[in-house]
Design a binder for this molecule. Structure first.
Ligand SMILES: Nc1ncnc2c1ncn2[C@@H]1O[C@H](COP(=O)(O)OP(=O)(O)OP(=O)(O)O)[C@@H](O)[C@H]1O
Length: 573
């Protein structure tokens, strides 16, 4: 946890982090002066009726109080600065990892949200507490014990009995509360996940009239969160009162026993008052220690969850390969599984010549998208070699890989903004002519041109002001805007009608003539004209060749053609 805090606290924030406790030392020293000064006033000033002595020591007390206040305020400001800066750095790094991570298995959005917000906040609270309390509480505690022993050694045994009892109690509570805080954070994850799914799927829920069912399920998660939070709170709720009780008991004994010693003239009344005041300071320090320990328990849990995100496959930093000279693609003996125990692709060998088109067909779940996920380096845990232009993609940095290829996925994710801002994702400098050309290839021009603002027309969140087919065409156009050597279309026209699909196919053939294009499609018509077609089944390449070749070689392909095209031998266009 300390490593996470330190690696995310730089420059002025780091100075503030270390300076704040040092300044806090001033406040503690000032606080520790007060009871002694008070005893002096009672035993010397008041007892001897020395008004000047009383005034002088009262002024000293005021001076210490003001100095303590200044130290406390400065420490609080510095601590808050360090905490805010650490939170900012941590959130930024976590989001970067979330956006670039190539192993999303442990990074479900709901848990990520909780980790980036709630868990980071817990760590920020700890930094605040540590900068203020980590020095103050132990020092005030030890200082209080030492000073009370010096000022009134006769009453010191009271503390030596009470303190060990308190420490044991504290340790028991902390041990009990730690797993409860972990459970609480997991419950927050569940509520977040449920809320996210319900909000995203609101339309589907309404159409199936499942509002009550979903609400019941959400309420169950909500109640679970409330119960686990309550358990965690209950585990620590007795801490402060028990500390207060034991120390009040100590004060009562000090007053009773100390009173009898004062009557016997063994100690003075000023000593008793100083001792009681030190006990009050010790109580305050103990309660503050409890708060720090509680914050620690929560932050330890949170730090582990934050660390799990920070450890998620950081993007490759060393890239030694030169950019590929051409767009030929090779897979050599590639095997892959999202989970090591479940292979998805097995021994894939394929070669796509630069400047050719390659179609990939296969039943649903056969591994077509997974193949592309490897080429785009979304996942790296495969065996074998994948090269672009003869260069192993592992030797290329992620930006280098992404400068080679554009991908249009079936799921057309659009972002709020304008059509132009969405189309410029892959090339922020793209000219208006590039946008028009890309929109034309994707047959998106026919609905963009009539819009009053054309390419400046607004796009709502997730593109919900466009139809599914329109979204897909904008998604396609976005992939065509950058002048990348390789374009991959992964079932990217599944939502468009047959006529538009045919138009896209013919414009694509023209626009990408002589450039490497990979088309994954459930529709056999989309791949018929490809220079080669790869047939995938259960993660293996079962056949590859041209349409004509596959019609004679691949029973699966024959069946696909028969089902979709009525059984005739369709020639490639
Ligand atoms: N991110 C993932 N984590 C775990 N398993 C996954 C993931 N993505 C896909 N899979 C699994 O990998 C297998 C192949 O999926 P993939 O998406 O590659 O198939 P596909 O041929 O593209 O299917 P479709 O035509 O339906 O899109 C499936 O069994 C799927 O459940």
């Amino acid at each position: 946890m300390f490593t996470i805090i330190m690696t995310h606290t730089h420059g002025k924030a780091r100075i503030a982090f270390f300076l704040a406790p040092a300044i806090m030392l001033g406040e503690v020293l000032c606080d520790l002066q007060q009871p002694t000064q008070m005893a002096q006033i009672i035993d010397h000033g008041l007892a001897q009726g020395d008004g000047h002595y009383v005034l002088m020591h009262a002024s000293l007390m005021l001076g210490f109080a003001l100095l303590g206040l200044m130290c406390g305020a400065t420490c609080g400001t510095l601590g808050s600065y360090a905490s805010l800066k650490m939170g900012e750095a941590l959130r930024s790094e976590m989001l970067t990892i979330a956006l670039t991570s190539r192993d999303p298995a442990g990074l479900a959005p709901a848990t990520l949200i909780t980790r980036i917000t709630n868990d980071v906040t817990q760590m920020q609270n700890l930094v605040m507490m540590v900068t203020r309390g980590l020095v103050r509480s132990p020092l005030l505690l030890i200082g209080g014990i030492v000073m009370s022993t010096i000022v009134c050694p006769d009453l010191a045994p009271i503390l030596f009995v009470i303190m060990p009892l308190l420490v044991v109690y504290l340790l028991v509570i902390v041990r009990r509360s730690l797993p409860l805080y972990t459970a609480m954070q997991q419950a927050v994850d569940r509520v977040n996940r449920s809320m996210r799914e319900n909000l995203q799927g609101a339309k589907t829920i309404k159409s199936y009239v499942l509002e009550d069912h979903q609400l019941t399920s959400f309420n169950a998660d909500n109640t679970h969160l409330q119960m686990t939070s309550q358990k965690a709170a209950l585990a620590t709720v007795t801490l402060a009162p028990v500390i207060q009780l034991l120390l009040n008991l100590g004060v009562v004994i000090a007053l009773g026993y100390g009173g009898s010693l004062a009557i016997a003239k063994t100690i003075s009344s000023g000593q008793i008052i100083a001792f009681v005041n030190y006990m009050i300071q010790i109580t305050t320090a103990m309660i503050q220690t409890v708060n720090i320990i509680t914050a620690f328990s929560r932050a330890i849990t949170s730090a582990a969850r934050v660390q799990a995100v920070l450890a998620e496959n950081p993007p490759a930093v060393s890239a030694t390969g030169m950019p590929p000279v051409d767009a030929a693609i090779d897979f050599h003996q590639v095997s892959f599984g999202y989970d090591a125990a479940e292979p998805i692709l097995a021994n894939i060998n394929l070669h796509i010549d630069a400047g050719t088109t390659c179609g990939i067909v296969g039943p649903t779940g056969s591994g077509k998208s997974s193949l592309i996920n490897l080429l785009t380096r979304s996942f790296d845990q495969y065996t074998g070699t994948i090269t672009i232009g003869g260069v192993d993609i592992q030797q290329l940095s992620l930006p280098m890989v992404h400068q080679q290829l554009s991908v249009a996925l079936q799921d057309s994710v659009l972002f709020s903004g304008t059509i132009a801002s969405n189309l410029r994702f892959g090339d922020p400098q793209a000219s208006a002519a590039q946008l028009s050309a890309a929109a034309h290839t994707a047959v998106a021009d026919e609905f963009i041109e009539p819009l009053p603002k054309r390419f400046d027309a607004p796009v709502a969140q997730r593109g919900k002001n466009f139809s599914g087919g329109q979204r897909q065409r904008l998604n396609l156009a976005r992939a065509f805007v950058p002048d990348h050597a390789i374009v991959i279309l992964d079932d990217a026209t599944s939502a468009v009608d047959q006529t538009t699909n045919a138009q896209i196919k013919s414009r694509l053939a023209q626009a990408r003539h002589g450039q490497t294009t990979i088309i994954i499609s459930q529709r056999v018509t989309n791949v018929i004209a490809c220079d080669q077609i790869i047939v995938l089944d259960a993660g293996k390449i079962t056949a590859q060749g041209t349409h004509e070749e596959l019609l004679t070689r691949s029973p699966f392909y024959q069946q696909l053609v028969a089902t979709q095209l009525g059984g005739g031998r369709y020639a490639a266009e």
